[in-house]
Write a protein that binds this ligand. Structure first.
Ligand SMILES: [Mg+2]
Length: 262
């Protein structure tokens, strides 16, 4: 018999959470999130947030969590994955279509924003997007510059409804250049999962991924051989179509994180 979601968590060494729709919604903690994190930390589990968000600096995310009583300190967002990608590829000059949190994070790691002969066009969610930014990025990519996306999420949930996410900005540049990005770093790509496994010296079977979005959190976990649980908050509760996750009955579904506390 398959283990219950509670058994999956209690036997894991590390629990990897998605952020929006799992731990928080509209910035407020979801029911059970703080208690579950405290319980995991008390039982010496490694607790990691793997977020596709690139707009906030990970330290900002951490202090936001702590202010809300979510005592998680291991944050991996897609901005950090971009830093890792640039380090591995020896890239130090990047034309960023993205927000200040991403530009600051890159700068801290010696990666300079430039529109003069960049080695890479990096595209994340940008709520200050302008025609001029898209034009610079288009010219660079058309001139042969490498092109990478932070995360594929086409939409971003807000209290006003779904608004454009990084995937929409990437789509605009695909349309203007006829070039596909060589990689989109966030979930469901393996890059972030492998970065978490390496960073915390874990094997896939040591972990459980808890997410609300099939196409990113759960699909990536399946690709990485990490056991996964869907929590029916966030996108999993509100979307009209459940997408493909219904085709994977082996992934257990829970209604709230509170169900995972023994
Ligand atoms: Mg989510």
């Amino acid at each position: 018999m398959d283990p219950s979601p509670q058994e999956m968590v209690s036997s894991a060494r590390a629990v990897i959470f998605d952020s929006d729709g799992v731990l928080v919604e509209e910035g407020a903690p979801l029911p059970g999130a703080a208690d579950l994190i405290n319980h995991l930390l008390e039982t010496s589990k490694i607790v990691v947030v793997l977020s596709n968000n690139s707009t906030k600096h990970p330290e900002t995310m951490k202090s936001n969590y702590h202010e809300k009583g979510l005592m998680v300190s291991n944050i991996v967002n897609s901005g950090m994955l971009a830093v890792e990608f640039c380090k591995r590829e020896g890239i130090s000059k990047v034309l960023v279509v993205g927000e200040q949190g991403l530009i600051d994070l890159l700068a801290e790691h010696g990666i300079e924003w430039t529109d003069e002969e960049p080695e890479l066009v990096l595209v994340g969610m940008d709520r200050t997007l302008t025609y001029s930014k898209l034009a610079s990025a288009t010219r660079a990519i058309r001139g042969g510059c490498r092109f990478v996306g932070t995360n594929p999420d086409t939409s971003f949930p807000t209290s006003r409804g779904l608004e454009p996410g990084a995937g929409s900005m990437i789509a605009a540049l695909i349309a203007s250049t006829d070039v596909e990005p060589e990689i989109i770093l966030g979930k469901p790509e393996l890059f972030g999962y492998e970065f978490v496994l390496q960073s915390y010296q874990l094997k896939p079977a040591d972990c459980v991924m808890i997410g609300d979005r099939y196409e990113t959190d759960i699909l990536g976990a399946i690709r990485a051989d990490i056991p996964a649980i869907v929590v029916r908050t966030g996108i999993a509760s509100t979307r009209e179509s459940p997408g493909k996750w219904g085709e994977y009955p082996s992934v257990p579904v829970i209604d709230s994180l509170a169900e995972l506390i023994g």
